[in-house]
Design a protein around this ligand. Structure first.
Ligand code: C5P
Length: 214
């Protein structure tokens, strides 16, 4: 039996990748499956919270009736939905692997194969977590993720500060069993005092419990 220690709290989560449309059949995406974010959503719900889950394109189901799910495709759509709900939430968790760039022009018809090089011009997307940091209300808790390949802790602390987060969950692609796709993760949680809490390799469900506890 889980403890219902988050009864009355409202939690907003982003999860999964975003797809940035190139033409009607192609997109720019990434390898995020949404498993970590969905595990967190279920954990928050099991602990009594009311959960709003803004999900990118994933192949996952939501189980708990306490989760209200909004499906989106692109970074722009995710931004719009998050900003609709953020100011009424006590805790906001940015777990999504949001695309950093999107095609400047989206072709209405399929781009044809040719012998010439094809150059796609990309423009930066809005940083959802950073905007949440700017809009943060007193008492609101913002949690972000950092998937790093090098200088992990240093990069994570920089992101925590830059985006005005309260906690950042770091996973390294150098750790076996951590990061995209799998059912396990190995994380270090870092707070505003730069205290680091390192956890063992665990199932994403167990990692979700550790993060919510923290
Ligand atoms: O991409 P980056 O490493 O900066 O991501 C760190 C955090 O910022 C993650 O929590 C991610 O969900 C969030 N983020 C976001 N919107 C973006 C890029 C990243 O919310 N456009």
């Amino acid at each position: 039996q889980e403890k219902k220690d988050l009864t009355g709290k409202k939690v907003l989560l982003t999860a999964g990748p975003t797809y940035e449309r190139i033409d009607p059949v192609r997109f720019i995406g990434n390898y995020s499956t949404g498993k970590m974010g969905f595990a967190l959503a279920e954990e928050f719900a099991a602990r009594g919270a009311e959960v709003i889950l803004i999900a990118g394109p994933v192949n996952l189901k939501t189980i708990s009736a306490a989760i209200r799910r909004v499906d989106v495709v692109s970074a722009g759509e995710m931004f719009e939905q998050v900003m609709q709900f953020a100011d009424q939430c006590d805790i906001v968790v940015s777990c999504a692997a949001v695309a950093d760039f999107t095609p400047k022009e989206k072709s209405g018809t399929k781009i044809k194969r040719g012998k010439m090089d094809l150059n796609l011009e990309l423009q930066p997307t809005q940083d959802i977590a950073a905007e949440l940091g700017r809009r943060k209300k007193a008492g609101q808790l913002l949690i972000g993720f950092a998937l790093e390949t090098d200088d992990e802790a240093c990069n994570a602390v920089l992101k925590l500060r830059k985006k005005n987060l309260d906690l950042i969950v770091l996973n390294s692609l150098r750790d076996k069993g951590a990061g995209f796709g799998g059912d396990t993760n190995k994380v270090t949680v870092i707070d505003r005092k730069e205290q680091q809490f390192a956890y063992d390799l665990k199932s994403k469900q167990e990692v979700a419990t550790d993060i919510v506890d923290r």
